[in-house]
Design a protein around this ligand. Structure first.
Ligand code: BEZ
Ligand code: FE
Length: 304
C-alpha cells in the first residue's frame, strides 16, 4: 500500500467494495464518514479526544441509553417534524398531533375494557382521571380502539427501567368501548430526569444542559384502518413545560385540569371524593397503507 493523503484515504473508504452491498447503507455511510473526516480535520480533533468519544460511545451502548441521547439531541423531534412536513406536502391534515414515543415504551401491558386503574387499586398521589373518546377525522367514534398508556412514578421512573418497580407498573392497554370512550385513573406524574452518573448525564453536563422533561403521559393509539398515533400529553404548570430536554412539548397537547370534580359515576374506579379530571379526545387520521396502521411501536417496527 502506498502512502495516502486524507482525501485519498476518504476516497478509498467510500469506494471499497467486494460485493454489491446495500446501496442505501453505502450512501449513508459515505455521507456520515465524509462529514466526520471533515469535522475531525476542521476542528483539529486530537487522538485523545477521538478515543474519549469512542470510549463514551462504547459505554453508552452498554448502558442502554442510546434512546435518551437521540431524544436529547433532538433527533426524535426531528423525525416528527419531518413526518409533519411530509403530511403537509401530501395534504394530510387534522387529528391529534404526534409526539415522540421516547425510549421507555414496553409492549404487552395488561388489557382492560373501557377503563383501567394504573394505580392497581392502591391510591397514590392526587387522584387523577383522564377520559375522552377516540374519534376519526369525521368525528365518528372508533369503537374498540386500543390505547396504550404509560407514565412515570413519583420519582420520575418508568417500570422495566427503574429499579424496584413492578412489571407493567403504571402501564396499561385500555380498549375503548362501543362508543369510543376510554377512561383511566392514576395520579398526576412528575417530570422525568436523565439518570445521574451515566453516559447520558456526562454528555449533558459537558454541554451545559439539563436533562429534565416536564410532567407528561404517553399514548399509543391503534385501530384497524386508522393511522397509529403516538403522542403524549403534558400536565400544565410544570417548570420545564417550555424547556423539555427532549423538545417534545407541542401545542394542542397540554391538557386542562378540572379540580374538585364530583365523584358520582366514578365508583368503578374506586373514587368516592372530589378528584382531578382531564378530558381529552384522540383523533386519528385514516391510514393510507397497512404499515401506517401497524400496532408496533418504533423498535418493534424495525426489529420484526
Ligand atoms: C420520556 O418520555 O420519559 C423520555 C423521552 C426521551 C428521553 C428520555 C425519556
Ligand atoms: Fe416519558
Amino acid at each position: 500500500m502506498t502512502e495516502l493523503t486524507k482525501n485519498q484515504l476518504l476516497e478509498l473508504v467510500n469506494t471499497k467494495q467486494v460485493a454489491a452491498g446495500n446501496p442505501r447503507a453505502r450512501a449513508l455511510t459515505q455521507r456520515i464518514v465524509t462529514d466526520l473526516f471533515k469535522a475531525i480535520d476542521e476542528m483539529d480533533v486530537s487522538a485523545d479526544e477521538f478515543w474519549t468519544a469512542m470510549n463514551w460511545l462504547e459505554r453508552l451502548g452498554k448502558s442502554g441509553q442510546i434512546g435518551l441521547i437521540t431524544a436529547g439531541l433532538g433527533f426524535d423531534r426531528l423525525l416528527d417534524i419531518r413526518a409533519d412536513e411530509a403530511d403537509a406536502k401530501a395534504g394530510r391534515a387534522g387529528g391529534t398531533p404526534r409526539a415522540i414515543e421516547g425510549p421507555l415504551f414496553v409492549a404487552g401491558a395488561p388489557l382492560s375494557q373501557g377503563e383501567a386503574r394504573l394505580d392497581e387499586g392502591e391510591p397514590r398521589g392526587e387522584v387523577f382521571v383522564m377520559e375522552g373518546r377516540v374519534l376519526d377525522l369525521d368525528g365518528q367514534p372508533v369503537a374498540g380502539a386500543l390505547i396504550d398508556v404509560w407514565h412515570a412514578n413519583e420519582q420520575g421512573g418508568y417500570s422495566h427501567f427503574f429499579p424496584g418497580m413492578k412489571p407493567y407498573e403504571l402501564r396499561r392497554q385500555v380498549q375503548a368501548d362501543a362508543t369510543g370512550h376510554y377512561r383511566f385513573r392514576s395520579f398526576l406524574p412528575p417530570g422525568y430526569a436523565i439518570p445521574p452518573n451515566s453516559p447520558t448525564s456526562e454528555l449533558f453536563e459537558a454541554l451545559g444542559r439539563h436533562g429534565n422533561r416536564p410532567a407528561h403521559i404517553h399514548f399509543l393509539v391503534v385501530a384497524p384502518g386508522l393511522r397509529t398515533l403516538t403522542t403524549q400529553v403534558n400536565i400544565p404548570g410544570d417548570t420545564y413545560i417550555d424547556d423539555d430536554f427532549a423538545f417534545a412539548t407541542r401545542d394542542g397537547l397540554i391538557v386542562e385540569l378540572e379540580h374538585g370534580v364530583a365523584p358520582a359515576g366514578y365508583e368503578s374506579l374506586g373514587i368516592d371524593a372530589p378528584f382531578t379530571r382531564s378530558r381529552f379526545d384522540f383523533v386519528l387520521q385514516k391510514a393510507s397503507n397497512d404499515s401506517e396502521a401497524s400496532p408496533a411501536a418504533r423498535m418493534a417496527r424495525v426489529t420484526a
